[in-house]
Design a protein around this ligand. Structure first.
Ligand SMILES: [Zn+2]
Length: 351
């Protein structure tokens, strides 16, 4: 870990409220596991939707907090006694995202914040200086395919999970080659276009073969440990993106402010409230948290959202949250849990 990013020392935390009792936790665990299983198997759709909507309308925040408490708290003792760990990631899918990269780097660098940038090979070829500048200022650039299947701007209309395994592997290998050739780096990880809905586990051996140490392609709710890092296969960590306190089943992404057909968040201010709540919860439960943001969304109107988000993250970092990159985290975890062939134990436990 670089000296700059070492978390601040902290005082011992007091009691951590937010429980529902062991019986309440057990009921929540059963419900969440049933929902996750039926989601993966795509069955009981009507019942699943009914239960999800009920939870969403009545007790999403309670489920969110109890999941972090049961699955994350005290599972990993972070370096330097940090109050949790957070990885901020950006997906630069559109030309507009790439145009925003220099301004984004300036905002990050003035706060001493680092990030992991999911980069598409074809955009890296078109904007080499911006990405080189990211690498030169300690940000991580990782593989997000060569042409992002289903990208309208890059002319590949098919979805990642529909193009066949050979094509998926080609997209990953060409993306890897572009990052090495243009930026002179050794990429450490991969993110599938559009995350877990379109992710496929058949690509994992390809990532291992490329020498990658992680994948960051799923959402907390779809993993057994509600987003805790785990090993889906030997030699590879999965770093899920966090859920949102008010939207337990969804990820906290800026796409859902303005561009989604049915936006989850009323406006930038509403999103900021949720962002701060996520950071508070990660610190409170010494959890792992991660978010992915689209740079263009940070600069609508006057750019206040970008400033607000990064100010909040900087404040959490100064309180003792370890803000790092996926690559650095994977390296630390490999040292902390060397040679573990099995997934890190992630199941719920009563508190
Ligand atoms: Zn993407």
């Amino acid at each position: 870990m670089s000296e700059r990013l070492k978390p601040m020392p902290h005082k011992a935390a007091g009691p951590r409220p937010g429980g529902g009792g062991i019986a309440g936790d057990a009921l929540q665990r059963l419900l969440v596991e049933w929902l996750r299983k039926t989601h993966v198997e795509n069955c009981h759709r009507f019942a699943r939707r009914l239960v999800r909507q009920t939870i969403h309308r009545t007790c999403s925040q309670r489920f969110f907090r109890s999941s972090l408490r049961a699955c994350h708290q005290d599972r990993i003792v972070w370096p330097n006694d940090a109050l949790g760990c957070f990885v901020l990631s950006f997906d630069l899918d559109w030309r507009e995202d790439n145009n925003c990269l220099p301004t984004l780097l300036q905002l990050l660098n003035t706060r001493g914040l680092t990030s992991s940038i999911a980069a598409i090979g074809r955009w890296v070829e078109q904007y080499p200086e911006a990405y080189r500048s990211a690498v030169a200022t300690a940000h991580e650039v990782f593989n997000h395919t060569y042409s992002h299947p289903d990208s309208e701007e890059l002319g590949r209309p098919e979805r990642f999970n529909e193009i066949g395994l050979a094509d998926r592997i080609e997209e990953i290998e060409r993306g890897d080659e572009a990052l090495r050739r243009v930026l002179g780096i050794e990429p450490k990880g991969f993110r599938a276009p559009h995350f877990s809905a379109l992710n496929t586990t058949d690509i994992l051996p390809c990532l291992v073969k490329l020498g990658y140490s992680y994948s960051a392609s799923t959402i907390a709710f779809r993993t057994p440990g509600y987003g805790l890092p785990h090993r889906p296969v030997s030699g590879l960590w999965e770093f899920p993106v966090s859920g949102a306190p008010r939207e337990f089943f969804r990820l906290l992404g800026t796409y859902d402010i303005r561009r989604a057909p049915k936006p989850l968040w009323r406006d930038e201010s509403d999103f900021l409230v949720e962002w701060r709540a996520l950071l508070e919860a990660v610190v409170e439960f010494r959890a792992f948290g991660s978010a992915f943001l689209d740079p263009m969304d940070l600069f609508f109107a006057d750019g206040a959202l970008g400033v607000g988000l990064l100010d909040a993250l900087e404040a959490a970092r100064d309180r003792g949250l370890w803000v790092t990159t996926y690559g650095e985290l994977a390296e630390w975890l490999n040292g902390r849990y060397p040679g573990a062939a099995e997934p890190y134990p992630v199941s719920w436990r009563a508190r």
